[in-house]
Design a protein around this ligand. Sequence first.
Ligand SMILES: Nc1ncnc2c1ncn2[C@@H]1O[C@H](COP(=O)(O)OP(=O)(O)OP(=O)(O)O)[C@@H](O)[C@H]1O
Length: 591
Amino acid sequence: MGRPGPRPRPRPGPRAEPGRPPRQRRTAPGRRPGAHERERGAATLRTIARHGGAWLPLIGLASLAGTASDLALPAVLGRAVDAIVAGAGSAGGARWMEFSAALIVLSVACDLVVAYASTVCVADTTAWLRRRLVRHLLAIGPRGGFETGDSVSRVTANAADAALAGPSLLSVVTGVLPPIGSLVLLALIDPWLAGAFLAGLTLVAVMLRAFARRTADVLIRYQRVQGRIAALLAESLSGVRTIAAAGTLERETGRVLEPLPRLREHGARTWRVLSRASAQAGIVGPLVQVAVLAAGGLALGYGRITAGDLFAASRYAAMGAGLGALTGVIGQLARARAGARRTGEVLDVAAPGYGAEAPPEGPGTLRFRAVSAREGEVTLLDSVDLTVPGGAAVAVVGRSGAGKSVLAALAARLREPDEGEVYLDGVPLWRLDQGALRAAISCAFERPVLVGERIVDAVGLGQDLVSVRAAARATHAHDFVSRLPLGYDTPLAEAPMSGGEYQRLGLARAWRAGRVLILDDATSSVDIVTEMQISRTLTEDHGRRTRLIVTHRPATAARADLVVWLEAGRVRAVGRHEVLWDDARYRAVFQ
Ligand SMILES: Nc1ncnc2c1ncn2[C@@H]1O[C@H](COP(=O)(O)OP(=O)(O)OP(=O)(O)O)[C@@H](O)[C@H]1O
């Protein structure tokens, strides 16, 4: 074994003890997020917002220019009114009117730029975020514990909402400028006007704060229930044949739609929050305007301001107190925040880190040193010390639930040990380069899922047809594939396959293993004769690769060089099958 190199830097997580990559926890779906989750959600929101890149400065500048022209317009119109009232002649009034027209054109142009740039920015960010999520979900695999439908809803709907982050944050910032600008400009016209306006503005600010908090809270609950329905639907669709066979269509429909009342409740709450904000806006807005106009009327009476000033003040009061626009952008920001929290929950789960090492020359010896695996409080494997000799065929047996699949997953680094270490030819698995690890160790499962367009893609995963055929011959899949009209080019969706045939293709896919081939009940659906043939092929493979074979069949255990007998997450014994067979409890494992 070479000198240990630097360990790949894992993503920060709650546990980063030296010696093994950290496991991360995530917010349990449905649980109300605490301050920590909200903080992480805010951090995700900022990361997503920053992705807007070049579009955000453009949106910001256009919004600022639009706001400036909106703020200048009442003052300019006021000057036009004063020019007309003073009878300064059509030329003075006309000049102010032209200026006003130019400001209106500028404002419309800015709105167009903001709308276009925001659309492109959101589309870009959505695509980027979806790519990140898909890659990350596939990288973390079952570690994340996200249900299929829920993951789909996070990648589709929630990512699109989260992508609103940049433009909606900017909209909020630029949205508060008109009230602030109005306040300053009113103060310039007359301090009393600003005083009346400020009193109303404080009320508006309190209402907006409550609106923002309530909306974000309701939206996250709504999205969670949506995700739950999606998860239940995906689960049902994957078992659609069973449902049809059992005649439980009605019951299943009820089960999938069971959260619907909660969705309706959250939808109704969203509507109530929005309608309350609109009603408050409907009352406070005109009140602020009336207060400013009353103060303005008095100021005009005392001769402190002109008629044009009063006109401008009325426009500023309307612009600054208009809650409608701000409730819209705050609602959008709340959607982005909820989406960011849901997508952040996925991105916060640490993907396994890989090292940069290739395994040293070796026969494919696997060593488990004090390996434990847990799920919550439950111990699945307890301090397993085990050496699987390089080149040997080793059967793993035990009663159902003994921990055989967990052991197989640890051997392939499909899960991380909670304690201890797994080594391949003396090197901890986490230190191996991802490509080298996958080239060295392959897995075949009881229920393989074949992915790809055609059979050759699903089995070969990029290998040429010659290698695919060789693997299919070795695993007794070649005959039935050859009988298909398009052979290896048959689209998977059009290839009628039995469970055993499917398993043989899964086995053929794993056959590429350079050093260790792990079979987790991978021939359980194959008929006895074919299984014996596969088993013989595996035995003939002697010395070339290590084979770890999880099995329930005594014949397979008998052909193995060594048997590992697991019981309740512990190694009960290791030895030859014929020796272990003397023990009645060992024999009982196969009954
Ligand atoms: N992700 C998980 N979360 C919770 N419990 C788990 C998880 N994976 C496995 N277990 C539990 O760990 C125990 C061992 O599971 P494992 O699949 O390794 O059993 P097994 O020996 O392969 O059984 P079988 O022969 O039935 O396939 C079982 O009790 C199982 O319920």
